[in-house]
Ligand binder design. Structure first.
Ligand code: SF4
Length: 299
């Protein structure tokens, strides 16, 4: 096993992108001048393009896509700055031109983990073959099961079951599920689905308010918390940072880690933001590390 080392304010962090193992040596103090300035993880919207029309989608609807050479240069800079992983999304990242080649290039030229989140409907055996040894984890978006999924996503549920089968041959993968009034009744079904297709994680994403939707209701949020606290499933449960996690016995990845040390988001127009829903950000020029520093100074 060869580990990447990140010097964090909480200690020395060792990470192996192949096994996904993290070890934090929190008894080793790191002087401030040696603390890594890159975020631990960067999510990247490669493109706003997506052929689905989920009403709760937060991706901007104007056409935009990142320049491939800039993404490669920024990845090298982040790697040197102590970042442990990049996660491609969108839009739909598999709609990005030469997506598999980009993943390969970053895996070969950096020591970061490469991951992506997909709706799965563009996955073919050929695309999966071309991604082999280029990605370390995949997230498959499955909002509800059966008829709920088909109503929300406008695609056959059988097609996403096939996509899960393809991913199982590629890399460890998890299921992402937006939880809202439509999907709250499908939580048991989602846990069974995740278990049956061999996913290692079910990530619960309480719906966030967008221009088109009001987000998860208080009553459904309460149901979600109660379900997560009492359900028994063989699949690891995770929840996005929305405030609800405080009501659950969640494990903090790095105790005391500041939000911008943990994560930043790069949108498809090249603006670096604290997270995907943030209205403010810093346009990235030649250096993403300079943009990261400027973003820290705005907070
Ligand atoms: S699949 Fe994802 S990116 Fe596409 S419309 Fe739905 S939520 Fe948006």
């Amino acid at each position: 096993m060869s580990c990447k080392i990140r010097m964090s304010a909480s200690g020395v962090h060792l990470f192996d992108r192949v096994s996904g193992v993290n070890v934090l040596l929190d008894e080793v103090p790191v002087p401030a001048e040696f603390v890594s300035r890159a975020p631990r993880y960067l999510s990247v919207a490669l493109t706003n393009a997506c052929e689905l029309h989920c009403v709760y989608c937060y991706a901007p609807k104007h056409a935009a896509a990142l320049d491939r050479e800039l993404v490669l240069a920024w990845a090298a800079e982040l790697d040197a700055g102590g970042c442990l992983g990049v996660g491609f999304g969108g839009g739909e990242p598999t709609a990005y031109r030469r997506f598999a080649q980009l993943c390969w290039d970053i895996t070969k030229s950096t020591s970061m983990a490469v991951t992506f989140t997909t709706h799965g409907h563009r996955l073919t055996p050929e695309l999966v073959d071309s991604l082999r040894e280029s990605v370390h984890f995949v997230r498959l978006s499955v909002d509800g099961v059966g008829a709920t999924y088909e109503r929300l996503r406008g695609r056959p549920f059988a097609a996403v079951v096939r996509a899960a089968g393809l991913l199982a041959s590629l890399a460890p993968f998890g299921i992402n599920a937006v939880i809202n009034a439509d999907t709250i009744g499908d939580l048991d079904g989602l846990a069974v689905f995740a278990d049956e297709v061999g996913a290692c994680e079910l990530l619960l994403l309480p719906e966030q308010p967008t221009a088109a939707t009001s987000g998860i209701s208080d009553a459904d949020a309460q149901c979600l918390v109660e379900w997560a606290a009492t359900t028994r499933t063989g699949v690891r449960l995770a929840i996005s940072r929305t405030g609800l996690e405080a009501a659950l016995p969640t494990a903090e990845t790095i105790p005391g880690e500041l939000p911008l040390d943990a994560h930043m988001h790069l949108d498809a127009a090249g603006v670096l933001r604290p997270h995907a829903y943030s209205p403010t950000g810093v346009p990235v020029g030649a250096s993403i590390m300079e943009a990261a520093q400027a973003l820290r100074e705005t907070q």
